[in-house]
Design a protein around this ligand. Structure first.
Ligand SMILES: [Zn+2]
Length: 320
């Protein structure tokens, strides 16, 4: 009798952020092994970053062999406009010298494995769909509330990329027609009210108009959450305002997409109890009642691992 040694397929998943470059090995079950993290060092330029990335993937390949896993592909999540089919990074605000960069091709030439590139927020949405809060649903919208506001849309089990790979820019939905100027050129974007930066701006504005700007030194989003938890009125009001802005955005998404679930991730998720009732109340007032009632509004399950899981899921799916 011939004994067959089975080698399970796995992928190297890469979360290529503006600050950190993280890699890990993921199996089809979503198990994560051999996490590694290094500074991205954007100023080094794309040549050196890609070289380091290739070295890290090779190292993970050896780690995988030691675990009797066979790396079948590489999945990369990166910020910016990504053409997912060709694997070209069209442009990325975090990487100023990445213009029309054929990342898929460079990685495939470097490591000799199929590589799949996805926008980081789309990847996080797909990660929650695959193994996180959205396990078992067919359509969900993922909103990440961090320094900015990003998003990803999964419809019938597929990431919705849009005609130019730019779909899911939920953070730049207009919430207030004459609101704060946003870096995108618009005014009153959701990002200007529901991101950690927006929350700090709201707090400073409230204190400035109350003539108490002197107390605003060293204000961070965390210090505002803590003040709100202790019942400081202006901090509570700022978090409710944030929740209302988020609720307006989600009500629009519910009316347009009728999703089964809206998943909230990013650092601001930690302040969930401070904003969620205001958001729910706004959704009840603005969205159609039936889809609003059935849409589950939940915090992200995978947290920082959503992106790693999502790029792995993209890679496994593309391999088949
Ligand atoms: Zn904007």
């Amino acid at each position: 009798m011939v004994r067959r040694c089975s080698v399970d397929p796995a992928v190297v998943s890469v979360d290529l952020g503006g600050t950190n470059l993280r890699t890990a090995i993921l199996t089809k079950n979503g198990d994560i092994f051999d996490r590694s993290k290094q500074a991205t060092n954007v100023s080094e330029g794309h040549r050196k970053i890609i070289r380091r990335l290739i070295d890290d993937i090779e190292r993970q390949r050896k780690n995988a062999e030691a675990r009797v896993l066979k790396i079948a592909a590489v999945g990369v999540g990166a910020p910016g406009v990504i053409h997912a089919d060709s694997g070209v990074v069209v442009k990325s605000p975090n990487f100023p010298d990445w213009n029309e960069l054929p990342l898929k091709q460079e990685l495939e030439n470097g490591v000799g494995l199929p590589a799949f590139i996805e926008n980081d927020a789309n990847a996080a949405a797909f990660g929650e769909y695959w193994r996180g809060a959205g396990k078992g649903v067919r359509s969900l919208i993922f909103i990440t509330l961090g320094t900015g506001v990003g998003g990803g849309i999964v419809l019938d089990g597929k990431i919705w990329h849009g005609a130019d790979g730019m779909a899911g820019e939920i953070g730049h939905m207009t919430i207030l027609p004459d609101g704060r100027a946003c870096g995108c050129g618009n005014r009153g974007c959701l990002e200007m009210y529901a991101s950690s930066r927006g929350i700090v701006m709201s707090y400073l504005e409230a204190h400035a108009s109350a003539g108490t700007s002197g107390s605003s030194v060293g204000v961070t989003s965390e210090s505002i959450y803590n003040a709100a938890r202790k019942g400081e009125r202006s901090a509570v009001a700022v978090m409710e305002q944030m929740g209302r802005s988020l609720g307006i955005g989600i009500a629009n998404l519910i009316n347009i997409f009728n999703p089964e679930m809206v998943v909230i991730g990013g650092g601001v998720r930690d302040a969930w109890p401070l904003f969620i009732e205001a958001a729910r109340s706004e959704i009840r007032q603005r969205a159609f009642a039936f889809p609003a009632e059935r849409t589950k509004l939940v915090p992200s399950d995978l947290g920082d691992d959503a992106g790693l899981a999502g790029t792995a899921a993209v890679a496994f799916e593309q391999l088949h």
